[in-house]
Design a protein around this ligand. Structure first.
Ligand SMILES: *[C@@H]1O[C@H](CO)[C@@H](O)[C@H](O)[C@H]1NC(C)=O
Ligand SMILES: *[C@@H]1O[C@H](CO)[C@@H](O)[C@H](O)[C@H]1NC(C)=O
Ligand SMILES: *[C@@H]1O[C@H](CO)[C@@H](O)[C@H](O)[C@H]1NC(C)=O
Ligand SMILES: *[C@@H]1O[C@H](CO)[C@@H](O)[C@H](O)[C@H]1NC(C)=O
Ligand SMILES: *[C@@H]1O[C@H](CO)[C@@H](O)[C@H](O)[C@H]1NC(C)=O
Ligand SMILES: *[C@@H]1O[C@H](CO)[C@@H](O)[C@H](O)[C@H]1NC(C)=O
Ligand SMILES: *[C@@H]1O[C@H](CO)[C@@H](O)[C@H](O)[C@H]1NC(C)=O
Ligand SMILES: *[C@@H]1O[C@H](CO)[C@@H](O)[C@H](O)[C@H]1NC(C)=O
Ligand SMILES: *[C@@H]1O[C@H](CO)[C@@H](O)[C@H](O)[C@H]1NC(C)=O
Ligand SMILES: *[C@@H]1O[C@H](CO)[C@@H](O)[C@H](O)[C@H]1NC(C)=O
Ligand SMILES: *[C@@H]1O[C@H](CO)[C@@H](O)[C@H](O)[C@H]1NC(C)=O
Ligand SMILES: *[C@@H]1O[C@H](CO)[C@@H](O)[C@H](O)[C@H]1NC(C)=O
Length: 807
C-alpha cells in the first residue's frame, strides 16, 4: 500500500479505537526498510494467492511497507497490518487460492482483513489463532467456510472479529462455542449467517467477555436462548442483534438486566406471548425491533414507568420502535406520544384498532410512520401536518374516514413517500394548492380524488411510483399530466425528470382520450404501465414500443381500436428473461403477495404464479382489429400474452412456438381463423391456453402439452370447424389416438436454481436503485416470508441486504 493510503488506514484504525504503538520521536534510529523475514513471508504468501487482476502488482522491491495493503509500525517497521479487502465485491477483483502458513512470519500483525474475496469455501486455517498481537480480524465475505477452528480462541488481544457472511454460499459453522470465551479483549463480534444450530453454550461463552460491546448473531439458526442466566455479566453490551433466527418461546427476562443496551433486535423469530413492560428497565435503549414475530400477541404495554438512570429513560432514549408483523392488538398506548426522540415508528400489519390521537403531532422527530394494515379508524388528525421531519407516511389499509386537506400535509417538506390507499378517505385540496413536498412514491388507490384530475400532481417532479387506481376520476387525462410524467412539460425536452418514472398505474378510473403518440419516446425507464379499465380510445401509438424497459404492459378494458402495431415486436425488455427489477417486485407484491403470504406450503406453485407475472402483454377487451403481428413472436421472453376479447382476424402465427417462455396464452373471443399451428405442441412452458370462440378449423394438434394439460374441451369451444381430441368431433380420415404423455413436474433442482437467480437478480436490482429511492422499510418483511416458506438461504441473503440499507 502506498504511503498516503497507509495514513488513511491508520486514521481508520484510530477511529475504530485500535491504538497502534505510539510513535516515539526520540526513539533513535528509524529502520529504513521492512524486516527481510517479513518481506519474504509476504512474498511466499503471495505465491499461494490467485490474483487474476494483479491487485498485488506493487508487491516487489525491498520496502514491503510500501506494498499495497501492507502497513508497518512507524517505530519498529514491523508489518502490523495486512489489508487485502476487496472493495469492489461485484467485480472480478477477488483474491483466491491458498492461505499459506508463511503468513505467520508476520509476528507483529495487529490487523488482518481478507474480507470480500473468494477463497472457494476452504476452512479458516488453524494458524490464524497464532497471531498473538492481532486486534482486528475481518473474514467477512471472504469465501471461507466450514467449522471455525477452536484455535481462534487463542486470540486474546482481538477486539474486532468479523465473520459476517452477507452473500454467502459458503457458511461458517461453530460446533462448540467454548473457544469464544478465550477472546477476552473482544469488543465487536459479527457473525451474521454463521451456523450455530446445535450449539448450546454460545451465550455462556459470550457472557464471560468483559468488554464486549456489540454482538451480531442474526440468521445463525439459533433456536433456543436460555430463559434464565445466573448472572448477567454483559456490563459493556450496547448492541445485541439476534434477528432472523428461530428463537422461541418467549423473550428471556435477563435481557432486561443489560441496562446499557442501546440496540436490541429480536425481529424475525418465533417469539410468543406478550411484550413485557420490563422494557422500561432498558434506560438507554434507542432501537427496539420485535417485528415479524407472528405469535407475539396482546396489547402493547399500557404504561411504562419513568425509570431513569443518569437522566436517561426509555421514554427519552427510544428512537426506533419496530413492532410490525406481530399479532399485536388493542389501542395505541398513551406513552407512545411521549417518546420525544422517536424517529421511526412501525406498527404496521397488526390488529391495532382505535384511533390516532392528535398527540401524534408531538413527536416532532418522526421521520417514518407506518400504521398500515391495521384496523385503525376515525379521522386523521391535522396534527400530522406538523411532523416536519417526516419522510415516510403509510396509513394504507385501515378504516380511516373523512377528508384530508392541505392542513394535514402543511409542514411535511421532506415527505417522499405517501400511502393512503384502501381507506375511506377523500382528498380535498384547494384549486391552486402547491404542496410543500416532492413525492417519489404516491399510493392513493381507492381514495376519493375525482371527479377532476388532481392538479396538485402537476408540480410533483420526482415521482417514481404513482398508484391511483379506483379514485373516481372522470376526466380526460390532461396533457400536462402526460407531459409531467414523460418529461416534456419542463419536466422543454429536459432530460432531468423524464428518465425517472418506473411504475405508472392509473387503472380503474375513467380516463378518456387517446394515448399521446410521443409517450413511448419519453417514458424510457418505465417498467410497468397499467392503464386498465379506463375509457382510452383511438389507435395504440406504434412508438409505445420505444418503452425499452417495459415488462408489464396492461391496456386491458379500454376502447382502443386499430391494429396491434407491428413495432410491438420491439419491446426490448420482453425479448429476454429478465431478473425482476426490485421496484417492480414491490408493485407485484402489492398486487399479488397476499396469496403468497396465505400459503405456507406449496411454495413452488406460488412461485410459478409470480413467474407468470413477468413480461406480460395484456391488450384484452379492446376493439383491436387486424392480424396478430408475427413480430410479436420475437418477444421470446414473454411469459403472458392476452389478446382476448378483441376483433382480431387472420391466423395464429406459425412462429408462435418461438415464445418458449410463454406460460399463459389467451386468444379467445376474437375472429381468428385457420388451423392451430402444429408447432404449438412444443410450447413446453405453457400452463394456460384459451382459444375458445374464434373461427379456428382443422385438426387439433397432437402433442404432449395439448394432450396432457389441455384435454379440456373448453380451450377450444366455440370453434365449430375444429376436430379431433378432446372434442367429440373426429376429423375425417384420421383416427386420433390418445396418448398419455406425462410431463415431469419441474424438478426440484431446477426450482432451486430459479430461486437463486431470482434472489440474485433481486439483489442487483436493489443495489442499483437504492441510491435513488429510499425504500419503504417494511417491504422487506414480505420478502422474508415468501422466501422463508420456500428456500431458507435465499431468505437469509435478502434479509441481510435489506438490513444493510434499513436505516
Ligand atoms: C527496527 O529496529 C528496531 C531496533 O531499533 C528493532 O527492534 C526492530 O526489529 C527493527 N524492525 C525491523 C522491521 O527490522
Ligand atoms: C475484470 O473485469 C474488467 C471489467 O469488468 C475486464 O475488463 C477485465 O478483463 C476482467 N479481468 C479478468 C482477469 O477477468
Ligand atoms: C507514521 O508516520 C507518519 C509520518 O511519516 C505519520 O503521519 C503517521 O501518523 C504515523 N503513524 C502512526 C500510527 O503514528
Ligand atoms: C469487515 O469487512 C467488511 C467488508 O469489507 C466491512 O463492511 C466491515 O465493516 C468490516 N468489519 C469491521 C468490523 O470493520
Ligand atoms: C491454541 O488453541 C488450541 C485449541 O484451543 C490449543 O490446543 C493450543 O494449545 C493453543 N495454542 C496456544 C499457543 O496457546
Ligand atoms: C445439527 O444437528 C442435526 C441433528 O443431529 C443435524 O441434522 C444437523 O446437520 C446439525 N447441524 C449442523 C450445522 O451441524
Ligand atoms: C463474568 O465474567 C467474568 C470475567 O469477566 C467471569 O470470570 C465470570 O465467570 C463471569 N460470570 C458468569 C456467570 O459467567
Ligand atoms: C436482574 O436485575 C434484578 C434487579 O434489577 C435482580 O434482582 C436480578 O437478580 C437480575 N437478574 C440477573 C439474571 O442478573
Ligand atoms: C372505531 O372502532 C372502535 C372499535 O373497533 C369503535 O368502538 C369506534 O366506535 C370506532 N370509531 C369510529 C369513529 O368509527
Ligand atoms: C416515432 O418514432 C420515430 C423514430 O423515433 C419518429 O421518427 C416518429 O416521428 C415517431 N412517430 C410519432 C408518431 O411520434
Ligand atoms: C422480428 O420478426 C420479423 C417478422 O417475423 C422478422 O422479420 C424480424 O427479423 C424479427 N426481428 C428480430 C430482431 O428478430
Ligand atoms: C367475425 O367475422 C364475421 C365476418 O367476417 C363477422 O360477421 C363477425 O361479427 C366477426 N365476429 C367478431 C367477434 O368480430
Amino acid at each position: 500500500m502506498a504511503r498516503g493510503n497507509a495514513h488513511f488506514l491508520i486514521l481508520i484504525l484510530s477511529l475504530l479505537g485500535i491504538h497502534l504503538q505510539e510513535i516515539n520521536l526520540c526513539d533513535g534510529v528509524l529502520n529504513s526498510s521492512c524486516n527481510p523475514v517479513e518481506r519474504s513471508a509476504l512474498l511466499e504468501f503471495k505465491q499461494g494467492l490467485k490474483d487474476t487482476t494483479n491487485r498485488l502488482s506493487s508487491w516487489m522491491g525491498e520496502d514491503c511497507c510500501k506494498w499495497e495493503g501492507v502497513a508497518c509500525s512507524n517505530r519498529t517497521r514491523h508489518v502490523i497490518m495486512l489489508d487485502l479487502r476487496n472493495s469492489h465485491p461485484f467485480s472480478n477483483e477477488s483474491l483466491g487460492g491458498e492461505l499459506k502458513p508463511s503468513l505467520l512470519g508476520l509476528k507483529y500483525l495487529k490487523y488482518l482483513d481478507l474480507s470480500m474475496n473468494n477463497f472457494g469455501g476452504v476452512n479458516v486455517p488453524k494458524f490464524m489463532g497464532s497471531f498473538h498481537h492481532l486486534q482486528y480480524l475481518n473474514l467477512s465475505g471472504a469465501g471461507l467456510g466450514g467449522v471455525l477452528p477452536h484455535q481462534l480462541g487463542n486470540l486474546s488481544n482481538l477486539q474486532y472479529l468479523d465473520l459476517n457472511n452477507d452473500f454467502g454460499l459458503d457458511e461458517f459453522r461453530i460446533d462448540d462455542a467454548l473457544w469464544i470465551s478465550g477472546l477476552s479483549s473482544l469488543r465487536h463480534l459479527k457473525m451474521k449467517n454463521v451456523n450455530l444450530q446445535n450449539v448450546s453454550n454460545w451465550l455462556q461463552a459470550l457472557n464471560v467477555l468483559p468488554s464486549v460491546e456489540e454482538i451480531h448473531l442474526s440468521s445463525c439458526d439459533i433456536e433456543h436462548i436460555p430463559l434464565s442466566l445466573q448472572h448477567v455479566n454483559f456490563t459493556s453490551l450496547a448492541l445485541l442483534d439476534l434477528s432472523g433466527n428461530r428463537i422461541s418461546p418467549s423473550i428471556p427476562t435477563w435481557l432486561f438486566n443489560i441496562s446499557g443496551l442501546q440496540y436490541l433486535d429480536l425481529s424475525h423469530n418465533n417469539l410468543h406471548g406478550h411484550i413485557p413492560s420490563l422494557f422500561e428497565n432498558l434506560v438507554s435503549l434507542n432501537n427496539l425491533n420485535l417485528a415479524a414475530n407472528s405469535f407475539i400477541q396482546g396489547e402493547i404495554p399500557i404504561s411504562l414507568r419513568n425509570l431513569c438512570k443518569l437522566q436517561s429513560c426509555i421514554k427519552t432514549s427510544l428512537e426506533i420502535l419496530e413492532l410490525s408483523y406481530t399479532g399485536l392488538t388493542g389501542q395505541l398506548p398513551e406513552w407512545l406520544w411521549e417518546l420525544k426522540r422517536l424517529r421511526s415508528l412501525d406498527l404496521s400489519n397488526n390488529q391495532i384498532f382505535g384511533s390516532i390521537p392528535a398527540s401524534l403531532g408531538q413527536l416532532v422527530s418522526l421521520e417514518e410512520v407506518y400504521f398500515n394494515d391495521n384496523q385503525i379508524n376515525g379521522t386523521i388528525s391535522e396534527s400530522v401536518g406538523r411532523l416536519s421531519e417526516l419522510v415516510y407516511l403509510d396509513l394504507n389499509s385501515n378504516f380511516f374516514v373523512g377528508e384530508m386537506s392541505e392542513a394535514h400535509l402543511a409542514s411535511l417538506t421532506k415527505l417522499k413517500y405517501l400511502s393512503l390507499s384502501s381507506n375511506s378517505l377523500a382528498l380535498k385540496f384547494e384549486h391552486n394548492w402547491l404542496p410543500p413536498f416532492q413525492l417519489e412514491s404516491i399510493w392513493m388507490s381507492s381514495c376519493i380524488l375525482g371527479p377532476d384530475f388532481p392538479e396538485w400532481l402537476q408540480k410533483q417532479e420526482n415521482i417514481l411510483i404513482l398508484h391511483m387506481t379506483n379514485v373516481g376520476i372522470v376526466d380526460a387525462m390532461p396533457e400536462w399530466f402526460w407531459s409531467l410524467i414523460s418529461g416534456a412539460y419542463y419536466l422543454p425536452l429536459s432530460l432531468k425528470y423524464c428518465q425517472k418514472l418506473l411504475i405508472l398505474d392509473l387503472g380503474y378510473n375513467e380516463f378518456s382520450g387517446e394515448i399521446p403518440t410521443w409517450v413511448g419516446r419519453r417514458l424510457i425507464s418505465l417498467q410497468f404501465l397499467r392503464l386498465r379499465s379506463n375509457k382510452l380510445c383511438g389507435n395504440i401509438p406504434p412508438n409505445l414500443s420505444l418503452l425499452g424497459n417495459i415488462q408489464i404492459l396492461d391496456l386491458v378494458g379500454n376502447k382502443l381500436s386499430g391494429t396491434i402495431p407491428q413495432s410491438f415486436g420491439n419491446f426490448i425488455a420482453m425479448t429476454v428473461i429478465r431478473k425482476i427489477p426490485s421496484l417492480l417486485m414491490h408493485v407485484l407484491e402489492v398486487y399479488y403477495m397476499e396469496s403468497m403470504l396465505v400459503s405456507t406450503k406449496g411454495g413452488s406453485q406460488e412461485y410459478n404464479k409470480l413467474l407468470t407475472l413477468l413480461n406480460i402483454m395484456d391488450l384484452s377487451n379492446n376493439n383491436l382489429i387486424g392480424k396478430i403481428p408475427t413480430e410479436l413472436m420475437n418477444l421470446s421472453g414473454l411469459f403472458g400474452l392476452d389478446l382476448s376479447g378483441n376483433h382480431l382476424t387472420g391466423e395464429i402465427p406459425e412462429k408462435i412456438s418461438a415464445l418458449q417462455q410463454l406460460e399463459s396464452l389467451d386468444l379467445s373471443r376474437n375472429n381468428l381463423s385457420g388451423g392451430i399451428p402444429h408447432s404449438m405442441a412444443n410450447m413446453s412452458s405453457l400452463g394456460f391456453l384459451n382459444l375458445s370462440y374464434n373461427n379456428l378449423s382443422g385438426e387439433i394438434p397432437l402433442g404432449n402439452q395439448l394432450l396432457t394439460l389441455f384435454s379440456d374441451p373448453l380451450v377450444y369451444m366455440g370453434n365449430f370447424d375444429l376436430c379431433g381430441f378432446p372434442l367429440d368431433r373426429s376429423c375425417k380420415g384420421s383416427e386420433t389416438t390418445q396418448t398419455s404423455n406425462h410431463i415431469d413436474d419441474k424438478n426440484e433442482n431446477e426450482m432451486i436454481w430459479l430461486y437463486i437467480s431470482f434472489a440474485l437478480g433481486f439483489l442487483t436490482g436493489f443495489w442499483t436503485i437504492c441510491g435513488t429511492l429510499l425504500l419503504k422499510k417494511n417491504w422487506k418483511i414480505c420478502y422474508f416470508r415468501f422466501f422463508d416458506n420456500t428456500f431458507d438461504k435465499v431468505y437469509v441473503c435478502i434479509m441481510m441486504n435489506f438490513r444493510k440499507f434499513a436505516l
